[in-house]
Design a protein around this ligand. Structure first.
Ligand SMILES: NC(=O)c1ccc[n+]([C@@H]2O[C@H](COP(=O)([O-])OP(=O)(O)OC[C@H]3O[C@@H](n4cnc5c(N)ncnc54)[C@H](O)[C@@H]3O)[C@@H](O)[C@H]2O)c1
Length: 348
């Protein structure tokens, strides 16, 4: 930390989605973006063009030696997260790790063990929890306004061209850990378990339906929760041209449906005026993680996650999404793949 300004020194490794971390750190008033690391010269050059004072590294070992760097965002291909996060924490750095935390629960546990051993802060990126409708939806569940949850319907209907996969780590079992479910839909798996509680059992079918890849590009699951609720979960990268992400909850006292990050239905039986409340919720909370929200003071997306991480280090609290929390979605995805392979329900 810079003693005079009190700002954290921030660095990013991996300059794909890492560019969003770079921009969030550059905008923070509580951190100084100091360095980036990547193997690709074109990506390093583009970062230097945008932020001329940045220090550029090709070697991660050189980056983690820098005494002025406090936090490193780990934005590498998914199967590299645990190895690099552990190396960074052992070198004394706090880490913010992209989703999924890694591609197995076993690897995720190594991150948690290193966090405890080193006393560093480790946070994980599941920025969709900051999507504007998610706050009131979670609060309605927590306040019991939906009553007992009966059913959840989750559908991630996205599209990826074949060129997204060609020559890439995407769509490989060893580096991506899966396809539409582990990569694209893991955000929504995280939201499902955050909203509906601990999952108990999953039954899944999967297929490779419209891509030449190793992993699946479509899954359909039934999830049973410890509470007794059930959910359906669909993930795909075959829904041309990329349709929506739908998150729908049905309880004994009402219904909330969020489609494509917009509140579509908000009907709660305990409301004084169901229709007026629904109208107000749709008006107030229909921003999403990417678009401008109606209230510019509400941070969303990577800005919110990076700011939360910086606050966790400076103010001494846990980040909003800890490794233990982030490993829950990986556990569900691992069980889904096991179920699809064996043709049997799998306990989570
Ligand atoms: N939160 C989100 O919405 C979101 C969006 C996209 C990707 N991601 C996650 O971010 C991670 C990265 O995905 P991506 O799409 O940016 O991938 P990417 O392939 O575009 O970028 C990864 C970068 O890491 C670099 N790299 C690889 N090995 C390296 C090493 N040893 N040292 C330094 N740099 C190295 C590569 O050169 C590449 O530039 C994945 O885990 C992915 O799941 C999250």
């Amino acid at each position: 930390m810079d003693k005079e300004s009190g700002k954290l020194g921030y660095a990013v490794v991996g300059l794909g989605i890492g560019r969003a971390h770079m921009e969030a750190a550059a905008k923070s008033t509580r951190a100084e973006l100091l360095a980036v690391c990547d193997l690709r010269d074109d990506r390093l050059a583009a970062a230097a063009k945008k932020y001329p004072s940045l220090r550029l590294y090709r070697e991660f070992d050189e980056l983690i030696k820098c005494p002025d760097i406090d936090v490193i965002s780990i934005c590498l291909p998914s199967a590299m997260h645990a190895e690099f996060a552990v190396r960074a924490m052992e070198a004394g750095k706090h880490v913010l790790i992209e989703k999924p935390i890694d591609i197995t629960v076993e690897a995720a546990k190594k991150i948690e063990e290193a966090r405890i051993r080193t006393g560093r802060v480790a946070g994980v990126v599941h920025q969709n929890r900051y999507n504007v409708p998610m706050g009131p939806m979670k609060k309605a569940v927590e306040d019991g306004r939906l009553g007992r949850l009966i059913l959840g319907c989750f559908a991630v209907k996205w599209y990826r061209e074949q060129s997204y996969f060609d020559g890439s780590w995407h769509g490989t079992w060893d580096m991506d850990g899966g396809g539409s479910l582990m990569n694209q839909a893991v955000h929504t798996v995280d939201l499902m378990q955050w909203l509906m509680g601990d999952a108990d059992e999953i039954s899944t079918v999967m297929g490779v339906c419209n891509h030449d890849i190793e992993t699946e590009d479509l899954t359909v699951s039934t999830v049973k929760f410890k509470s007794g609720a059930v959910a359906s979960f669909i993930s795909t990268t075959c829904a041309y041209p990329g349709v929506s992400t739908d998150i729908q909850l049905y309880g004994t006292k009402g219904t909330i449906e969020v489609d494509a990050d917009l509140i579509k239905t908000w009907k709660l039986t305990d409301s004084d005026d169901e229709d007026a409340e629904e109208e107000e919720m749709i008006e107030k909370y229909s921003g999403n993680g990417r678009a401008e929200t109606r209230d510019p003071s509400i941070l969303t997306g990577h800005r919110a996650v990076v700011e939360d991480m910086i606050g966790a280090v400076l103010d001494g609290h846990d980040p909003r999404i800890t490794p233990t929390e982030a490993m829950k979605s990986v556990r569900i995805v691992e069980a889904a793949y096991e179920s699809a392979r064996t043709g049997r329900p799998v306990k989570i």
